[in-house]
Every structure is written in C-alpha cells, then in structure tokens.
Design a protein around this ligand. Structure first.
Ligand code: G3I
Length: 303
C-alpha cells in the first residue's frame, strides 16, 4: 500500500514529521513514523535552550538521538532552529551589548551547525523574525544587533556547515500578505547581495477551510528568486472532510511548484500535538489514519 512517504517520493518530494525524542520509545509512534515518513524535524531538541543551556556548554543528547534514529531509517533531517526569540535561555536575553550578543550568536551557530555538519539537509537558520505587518520583530537580536543579525546568522551557518541548505522559516506567510511580502523583500535582497540563503520554510499552521487562494502563487514567487520552498510545520485545526480538503489544497500547491521539495507535518499523531485540545494531524490519538490522510494520498495521486 502507498504511504505518505512513498506517495511523495513518486513525485520527487519528501514527506516528513516533527519528532519528539521522548516518544520514540513508544512502539506505535515509532512504527507509524518509520512506515509513513521519509524525513524528520526535531520538535524541540535542537533549539537554543536545549543545545546551549549555559554559555559555551553544548548538549546534543536529544538531537543526536533523533539524528541517529533518522539515519538508521533512511529519513532526512531538517535542523530546527538556530536563531529564534523563543525557547531562548535566560543568559542570551541577558547579554546587554550588541557585539557580545553577535559573538554569542555566532558561537552558538558554529557549535550546533558544526556538530551536525553533514547530517542536515535543511537548516532553519532564523525562525519567526517578522511581525504580521512585514516589519522586523523586536527580538533581543533585532534590538541589540540590528537588522544585520539575520544575514550574520546565515553567514555563520554557511561557515559551520557548507553542505546544509540554509532556510528562513516563518508562520502566517503561506499566502501573499504583508508578512510574506516582508520576507520576500529580504530574500530578494539577500540573493542580490550574495548572502547565503537557499530556502524558505512556510510553517502552515492552518485551520480547516482557511482561504489558501494565494498559497501556490506565493510559493512560486519565492522559488523564482532561486530558493527551495518547504512546507515546514503543517497542521490544520478542525476535523473530518473540511480538514481533509485543506490538507489536500496544501499538497496540490506544493506539487505545482517544482522547487517545493518537502512537506513536514508538525507531529505524527493528534495525541502529542502542540495544539492541545485540537486534532490537527494525519493520525488520530490511536494512530489510525484520518480522512485527511487519505486526502493527502489522493492529492499525490496515490489513492
Ligand atoms: O522540557 C520541558 C520539561 O522539562 C518541563 O517539565 C515541561 C513543563 O511544561 O516543559 C518542557 O518544555 C516544553 C517543551 O515544549 C518540550 O516539551 C515547553 O514547556 C513547551 O513550551 C514547548 O513547546 C514547544 C513550542 O514550540 C515552544 O515554543 C512545542 O513542543 C513545539 O511544538 C513548538 O514548536 C514551534 C516551532 O518550534 C516554531 N513554530 C511554531 C511551533 C508551534 O508553536
């Protein structure tokens, strides 16, 4: 029978899931993951608070376990994420000077991307740096270092791992809107000036029935800048046929754009979704396939 991974592979795409190391020991979780998905993203294990809880001392236990699991099951790994305002240890926000924070950021990127060098297909180098109106979010990095922190992060990531593709990742950028326009302008500028950016991630935290009328055109305009585009954190609030329809729309939009190389759902099962009280994924709490699962296979032409 077709799986998500085999259906996507027949179209040249990867179908991945966010994975929590703590669940890999649950046999139904691991069985479902390994049967259906051809890629993984560590849900929390490679974030700054997990990898560098105190300045200069790195810890890779959870991330290493996921990479090892992926390697032994032929799954591609997306690194997530090097620079983000959230899940940031207190010592980082406590750094008062821009030059010191830049040094700490470079050292963090060098430590984490260097550790995983050669094992990561795509890195989410910078995550969620824009406001809804397309201006820069006032994170500690933006406030202390200024606009240049994003390109500095990409340059440091390239130096640490010359083989990973380097991505900018954000939410509410799926359609063409003020926020995605802001990201687009940045990526166009980076490409024009030779800042090393290779891909853009569209998180796609969605709701059933949401208007996605400009999703495909949006993916296409980024691809036309010369970057890969990825659906990186897909989940769809809701249930039943409305949820299934929205999942199908996302898959068809990605299929229509040759540089849309992967779709990642933000979890394997509703049981462990970060959207508590919601059922946004493709497998229910008992690991049964939902209507949305079938809609994804159908969109790939495999059911
Ligand atoms: O690890 C601690 C544990 O020691 C403690 O006992 C427990 C008590 O609450 O918390 C645990 O940390 C939690 C962590 O997940 C690991 O389970 C945090 O409280 C919790 O806030 C954290 O949530 C994560 C969230 O990012 C944080 O912002 C979610 O799992 C994760 O799915 C979510 O993922 C983000 C992406 O990285 C970026 N895009 C949005 C997406 C959804 O919010």
């Amino acid at each position: 029978a077709a799986t998500l991974g085999s259906a996507a592979a027949a179209k040249g795409k990867t179908f991945a899931a966010a994975v929590a190391n703590g669940h890999l020991g649950e046999s139904a979780y691991a069985t479902t993951l390994d049967r259906e998905f051809t890629g993984v993203t560590p849900e929390n294990e490679m974030k700054w608070d997990a990898t560098e809880p105190s300045r200069g001392s790195f810890r890779f236990t959870g991330g290493d376990a996921i990479v090892s699991h992926a390697q032994s099951h032929g799954q591609k790994v997306r690194g997530h994420t090097l620079v983000w305002h959230s899940q940031l240890p207190g010592w980082v926000s406590g750094i008062g000077s821009g030059s010191d924070l830049l040094a700490a950021m470079r050292n963090h990127i060098n430590g984490v991307a260097g550790h995983y060098r050669g094992k990561i297909v795509y890195w989410d180098v910078v995550n969620e740096a824009f406001n809804e109106d397309g201006t820069r979010r006032g994170s500690v990095f933006q406030q202390r270092i200024g606009n240049s922190y994003i390109e500095e992060a990409f340059r440091a990531a390239r130096a640490a791992d010359g083989s990973a593709k380097l991505c900018y990742n954000d939410y509410n950028t799926d359609n063409q809107n003020a926020k995605s326009n802001g990201v687009y302008t940045m990526v166009r500028d980076f490409k024009a000036r030779g800042v090393p950016i290779d891909c853009v991630g569209f998180q796609a935290h969605l709701s059933a029935g949401q208007n996605l009328s400009t999703l495909q055109a949006n993916l296409q305009r980024f691809a036309a800048l010369g970057v890969d585009v990825n659906i990186t954190e897909l989940d769809v609030g809701g249930s039943g046929s409305a949820q299934a329809t929205t999942y199908g729309q996302v898959v068809r939009a990605c299929l229509a754009v040759s540089r849309c190389t992967s779709i990642t759902t933000w979890g394997v099962t509703d049981k462990y979704s970060w959207r508590s009280g919601s059922t946004p994924l493709l497998f229910d709490g008992n690991y049964a396939k939902k209507p949305a699962y079938t809609a994804v296979l159908q969109a790939f032409g495999a059911a």
